[in-house]
Design a binder for this molecule. Structure first.
Ligand SMILES: Nc1ncnc2c1ncn2[C@@H]1O[C@H](COP(=O)(O)OP(=O)(O)OP(=O)(O)O)[C@@H](O)[C@H]1O
Ligand SMILES: [Mg+2]
Length: 337
């Protein structure tokens, strides 16, 4: 009997069952509400944030692809609109600075090529009248020699000398204006062979001065053989010309520097004072009177133009250990272009 009574006590009471039912309904409603809120939130994020970001991304992508005049425009949300206006003004500034720079570069290229053309035409056309002046003055001297006194002969000598010097200057100017215009193309070039050719062209000066030229193992570069021969020849010619009392000892070095090869030409000559390190590369600039060391002063200007045409640099090494002068220059390694 007691057991039956206990079992009846355990069965849920009707009010409890109703309570549980209400609780379940409340939970279901709450879940429904949360779901609805979640959906509304997703909708808001999608339309208020993600869509404007997508719009902005599309516009930025179009600008990055090259449409530099395209304005960025997003209305909402306010933060994104502000961000897009900042990006826009940055784009405006970068694009206008870039346009100014590229206009200037174009203008520079144009005026440079006009100048080269002018130098070429002027020096080419000046040669003929100059040749006439020199040869007729010489003919004057030959033909009327008996009638001329010493002073007249001296004047004629000055006139011929001046005309010859002008011819040299004009020829140098012609060479200078030709770099990159006439002797253009670049190809894999053995600098060892280039040096051989330069030494061959200088063989008389080398023999006369008992100069010795040593070299490192020389690499292949991406270059123009004719111009590179001129480069090596001018530097070695200087090393011989500006020698000290000892016979010239010249060394041509090469070492790898990233994509480039760095070459050097060092000598045991009179050297260059560091304060003239820039001046010597200017066209027709010389440090010594013509009577002491002959020349027009175009060699190093030409060398620098050749090296720069190859994308390298040429400079006087002010910290070199050797007593004379050391010039260094870089040229692109072959196959790296
Ligand atoms: N190896 C060197 N040692 C000492 N001085 C040098 C050396 N190379 C160049 N210089 C100095 O730099 C100046 C300019 O050299 P650059 O080769 O341009 O002219 P140049 O040799 O006088 O004339 P050009 O080369 O036209 O015959 C020279 O006049 C000389 O004073
Ligand atoms: Mg020279």
């Amino acid at each position: 009997m007691t057991m039956i009574g206990d079992t009846l006590d355990l069965a849920p009471r009707p009010e409890v069952t109703a309570q549980i039912g209400r609780l379940n309904t409340a939970l279901l409603v709450l879940f429904g509400l949360l779901l609805a809120c979640g959906l509304v939130l997703i909708f808001i994020v999608r339309f208020a944030v993600l869509k404007p970001i997508d719009q902005l991304t599309d516009q930025v992508r179009a600008v990055a692809a090259g449409d530099f005049d395209r304005d960025l425009h997003v209305d909402r949300p306010a933060e994104l609109a502000e961000l897009s206006s900042h990006i826009d003004s940055m784009r405006d500034r970068i694009v206008s600075a870039w346009r100014v720079a590229s206009d200037q570069a174009e203008e520079l290229r144009r005026s440079n090529s006009e100048l080269e053309q002018f130098a070429y035409v002027a020096s080419h056309d000046l040669q003929e009248p100059l040749r006439k002046v020199a040869s007729f003055t010489q003919m004057l001297e030959q033909r009327y020699a008996p009638e001329l006194d010493d002073r007249a002969r001296q004047y004629i000598h000055y006139a011929v000398d001046g005309a010859k010097r002008m011819q040299l200057l004009i020829n140098d100017l012609l060479d200078f204006s030709r770099v990159g215009r006439v002797t253009g193309g670049r190809s894999p070039t053995e600098t060892g062979a280039v040096l051989d050719r330069a030494l061959d062209n200088l063989s008389a000066a080398i023999d006369d001065t008992s100069a010795t030229v040593t070299r490192d193992e020389l690499p292949q570069v991406d270059g123009n053989p004719t111009q590179l021969t001129q480069l090596f020849q001018n530097l070695i010619e200087n090393a011989i010309k500006f020698r000290s009392e000892e016979p010239p000892r010249i060394h041509i070095g090469a070492r790898r520097a990233g994509d480039m090869w760095e070459f050097s030409c060092s000598d045991n000559g009179i050297g260059v004072e560091p304060k003239y390190a820039d001046r010597i590369f200017l066209i027709f600039q010389r440090l010594h009177p013509r009577e002491v060391y002959p020349g027009t002063g175009i060699g190093l200007a030409l060398c620098r133009k050749i090296v720069e045409y190859h994308g390298g640099q040429l400079w006087l090494d002010g910290e070199a250990e050797s007593r004379g002068a050391t010039f260094r220059w870089t040229l692109p390694a072959a196959g790296d272009r």
